[in-house]
Design a protein around this ligand. Structure first.
Ligand SMILES: *Cc1c(COP(=O)(O)O)cnc(C)c1O
Length: 198
């Protein structure tokens, strides 16, 4: 996924010409504006913190939300997706190192949240997302990626009806190689594609 925060429209269109077909944004208004420029020929995923009152916008054009982190948000996404007549794909965000600065559920809270949201008909859990602590040496992030994968395996074994665990969204510009080695299915890369944000 090419992450487009602070990336201008011209460069997004250049990325499409170069073959990119999946984009991610942190802010819903920005995502919506950029979606109107690219249209349906590419997919937009939402990767930022989602406020409950923004769920109604997300369900109109976002293909997958990577940042489900609380039951109340799931209920609102489900309700709004129902109004749009669609099933919204979501990943549950895990705060893998328990950092107070980051959103996401803890590893301990994860199974319970997934069991609760599994009953929501217009929302479909497809996997997990995480953002490990920042390290100058990406090797140091490896244990956290490994931990997310093992959580995925554990949830998968529970065989909760309606819950899929095929996606592992992990890895950014500085550590995506290690993330892929540890089983990432989606890497979220901004700076390594578009250059440093200014
Ligand atoms: C900004 C961002 C990225 C991309 O980070 P880079 O370091 O630019 O690759 C990935 N995931 C999330 C959630 C982000 O906010």
């Amino acid at each position: 996924m090419a992450v487009t925060k602070q990336v201008d429209d011209v460069r997004i269109l250049e990325a499409i010409d170069a073959g990119v077909d999946l984009f991610g944004e942190n802010y819903i208004q920005e995502a919506k504006r950029k979606f109107e420029i690219t249209g349906n020929r590419v997919e937009w995923h939402f990767i930022g913190h989602l406020q409950r009152n923004k769920a109604k916008y997300a369900v109109r054009f976002i293909e997958m939300i990577h940042s489900l982190d609380r039951f109340e948000l799931a209920v609102e996404i489900d309700r709004r997706a129902g109004i749009e007549g669609r099933v919204m794909k979501v990943l549950v965000e895990v705060n893998i190192a328990g950092e107070s600065s980051k959103s996401g559920v803890t590893a301990e809270e994860l199974p319970e949240l997934i069991r609760r949201v599994a009953s929501l008909a217009n929302l479909s859990v497809r996997g997990l997302m995480t953002m490990p602590p920042w390290f100058s040496d990406p090797e140091d992030a490896r244990p956290f990626f490994r931990k997310l994968r093992s959580l995925r395996d554990r949830i998968e074994k529970e065989g909760i009806p309606g819950v899929g665990m095929e996606e592992l969204s992990m890895g950014m510009s500085n550590d995506y190689v290690v993330a892929v080695e540890e089983g990432a299915t989606i890497v979220r890369v901004g700076r390594a594609i578009f250059g440093e944000r200014v």
